[in-house]
Design a binder for this molecule. Sequence first.
Ligand code: ADP
Ligand code: MN
Ligand code: MN
Ligand code: MN
Length: 367
Amino acid sequence: MALSPTSYSAATNKAVLDRYMSLPQPDNKILATYVWIDGTGEFVRTKTRTVDFCPKHPSDLPIWIFDGSSTYQAEGSNSDVYLYPRAMYQDPFNRGKNKIVLCETFKYNKKPTETSHRQSCLEAMQKAADQHPWFGIEQEYTILDQDNYPFGWPKNGFPGPQGPYYCGVGANKVFGRDIVEAHYRACLYAGIEICGTNAEVMASQWEYQVGPCEGITMADDLWVSRYILHRVAEDFGVNVSLDCKPMTGQWNGSALHTNFSTQAMREDNGIIEIEKAIEKLSKRHLKHIQAYDLRGGKDNERRLIGSLETSNINDYSAGVANRGCSIRIPRSVAEDRKGYFEDRRPAANADPYRVTELLVRTVCLDE
Ligand code: ADP
Ligand code: MN
Ligand code: MN
Ligand code: MN
């Protein structure tokens, strides 16, 4: 299967597009591409405007509105939803001084929309700021063809069983590396703390990691990395799925492993703090499960089955180097007696604002 996006009906010629993309841009005009989370809580929307100054901070940019009745975020009779610029990135698609602007969505009454969790996340991060919470998130995803079947899989069947694909190399082992490479570089250009990538256990499944990031930056960066991922895939004529179990049966699901540490955990003998955190988390397993996918735990029922490198959704467990646990302490952390731990429960489509907020509230704020 060639990667050239000529085989689907809406494909256009990217070489012709380049003639226009390379036109010189007036110095005093900047494209600001506003990005926000829509009413699904999973997908992002975007629209672009010209500004005639170079913004240095997101608050330099105008508050904007959009039609929330078209994004599952408002009724048609009261449809204007506000976009508040919150974080700004270099735009790898438009280049130059052009910006991606990550926004928070507010209703007519200035309350966050139902799927907007940044405000309460920020409150928690500010309260815990003196503990310097760091996060590193592993985003797993699956590349799908236009027919929504995994990219590169035989059209009427399945590839061979899992084994050769994880960190694989070779045309019969990994599918869609172009998307992965393009996404990595686009994230670096944008200013996202992307720190790695690898092919995953299921064929056409991949992962990248962002972090370590302190506080609210973790979720901001991850959301923009997701926007960039969907946008890059669009260029290649494929789709990206964050579904946590895209294929049933003996195929690995997709997670959003969330690695976490406080300053005390990173200092000598920090393992004691890590053990305290693991104990606190044990008391709130259900609450975390309910926040760790977009359907109150229902999505993760398909993934957290106690096999295929997952724990059972109903059990809480922790272990060193054990990928069948809710919480894993990496072997190097156990050896050093300091560092961080990994929460393996969040599903690939979980909202990082909710995941990082809850970790901080449980571990740092004892709420
Ligand atoms: P795995 O072995 O689970 O596949 P990865 O190498 O994919 O682990 O991801 C490790 C993640 O842990 C990265 O996102 C990295 O940024 C993060 N990380 C490393 N050190 C820390 C730390 N002290 N606190 C929080 N996260 C960390
Ligand atoms: Mn990983
Ligand atoms: Mn992984
Ligand atoms: Mn992991």
